[in-house]
Design a protein around this ligand. Structure first.
Ligand SMILES: [Zn+2]
Length: 180
């Protein structure tokens, strides 16, 4: 296969794929990029610290580490008696410290999600454990793709399609063809 990218294009492409970021986020970005989705990272004009922003879809994707964001872990504010989940096991040593830290992250996630939604953005959360092995990644990302396309359609829900009719004197449009 010939490489048709200019050095600038390649650099832009690679910087999207490499960049900085955690491994799970990278998997999501690589999948999106490979399937033709273009996104921005750490967009300042959109509220919250965002992982991946797809502006035409008005959608932000958060890729959460299961431990740091407490996947399936319910933390009560008052009491710190919590259950581990299969992908988030909180150490018994310094348990209160870890619980408080994870709780803070969860609160920040909730706050960011609320602000985004109030501003008309859709939020998709992808968890680290949903990205391995490869077939699970594929399943997860197909769901993400479905959500993205739903979000795109939702923006046009109230938009009336413009009926297209040909005027009497308007010639039927011809496709340009090479007749040589
Ligand atoms: Zn998980």
């Amino acid at each position: 296969m010939t490489d048709t990218m200019t050095p600038e294009q390649r650099h832009r492409c690679m910087s999207h794929i490499k960049g900085k970021g955690t491994k799970p986020e990278l998997l999501v970005r690589q999948w999106l990029w490979g399937h033709g989705y273009r996104y921005r990272l750490n967009v300042k004009s959109v509220p919250g610290k965002l992982d991946i922003v797809l502006r035409p879809y008005r959608t932000a994707i958060f890729v959460n580490g299961c431990f740091w964001h407490g996947h399936n872990v319910q933390i009560e504010n008052s009491k710190l008696t919590i259950e581990n989940s299969s992908c988030c096991k909180i150490p018994t040593t310094n348990r209160d410290f870890w619980v408080a830290k994870i709780r803070r992250n969860q609160e920040r996630d909730e706050r960011n999600t609320r602000i985004l939604q109030e501003n008309g953005w859709q939020v998709i959360v992808v968890w680290e454990c949903q990205l391995k092995p490869a077939e699970r990644l594929e399943r997860t990302m197909r769901k993400v793709e479905l959500l993205l396309n739903n979000n795109l359609l939702a923006q046009y829900k109230h938009h009336q399609p413009i009926p297209y009719t040909f005027g009497d004197d308007e010639p039927f449009p011809m496709a340009a063809e090479n007749t040589a």
